[in-house]
Design a protein around this ligand. Sequence first.
Ligand SMILES: [Zn+2]
Length: 315
Amino acid sequence: MMNRSTIVLPFILCLLGTPLLQADEPAEVDSNRFQQARSRTFLAFDSQTEWTWSKPYFFMQLADPQYGMFTGNQGLDREKVLVEQAVEHINRLQPKFVIVCGDLTNATPNQARYEAQVTQYQQDFSLIDSKIPLVCVCGNHDVGNRPNAESIARYTHHFGDDYFSFWVGGVFHVVLNSSLLKDPSDTPERLQQQQAWLERQLQHPRVKDAKHIFVFLHHPLFLEQEDEPDQYFNIPLERRTPLIALLKEAHVRAIFAGHYHRNAYGRAGEMEMITTGPVGRPLGKDPSGLRIVQVQETSIEHNYHTLDTVPAAIE
Ligand SMILES: [Zn+2]
C-alpha cells in the first residue's frame, strides 16, 4: 500500500516540471531557428505571399557578436552580456526580423573553441522571441579567411545556407557569402556558383518590381568610396568593381555589412553602402550597438544605436 508521501512527492515534481534546471544552466537551443536558410531561401518568409508590398516595417541589423573576441577565445562572458542587452531591445521592439551580418564566433571552424562558441551563440540568440525570424550571415571567422568546402560545410551544418534570398512584404533581400568575394582562391568554383545564382536572382521579373532590393554580407564592398584602394576591410577592386556594376544595374537600394567593428558609410550612385558597428567588441569610437532600419514604400531610414540608447519604441 502507498503512503501519502509516495503519492504527493511525484505530484510535486510533476508540477515543477522535469528536468529541473539550475539557474546557471544554459537555455535550450531552438535548433529549428538556425535551419531556416535552406534551398537558397529563408523558410520563415513565404515567397508566394511576401513578394507584394503590404505595409512599412522595420528590421534590426547586428554585426560581429564574435563570441570569444574580447578574451582571445578564453571566455564568452562579455559577449554574452552584450547580446543579452540586444535581445532585450529586440523582444521589446518586435522587428519584422533580425539579421546578424557575420562573425558570429571568434574561432574559425578549424579551431578548438569553435563548437563551444557556436553553442553559446545559439543559446543566447534563442532567447529572441520565437515569432521574430533570426537571419544569420557568414563572416570570415565563420567560414575562414580563405573559405573551402569543409569550412563552409561546418557553417551550414550549424546555420544553414551561406547565400540565399528572401522576400519580406514586397522587398527583396539577398544574403551573400562575402568571404568568397574576399578570397576565393581555395574554392573558385563556389564563387562562380554564387555569382551565377546572384545574376539569376536579380534578373527575375518579380525582382524587377521589388519596392527595394537590399543586400547583406559580412565584408563591406567598400567603406567610403566605391573605388577606394584594396585593404583588409573591403573587397578587392578586381571583384568589387564588376559586382557594384551588377548591383547598380539591378537598382539595389542598400548594402548592409559589418566586419569593420565601427560604423562607416558610402554611396555608389544611388546605392548606399552601410557598414554597421559591432554588437560585440568595438575597434573604434562607436560603442557596441545595433542598427534599426525602417522601410517605407519609397524610402528607407537607418540609424545605429548604442546598446544604452536604443529607443523605447518605434513609431
Ligand atoms: Zn570579420
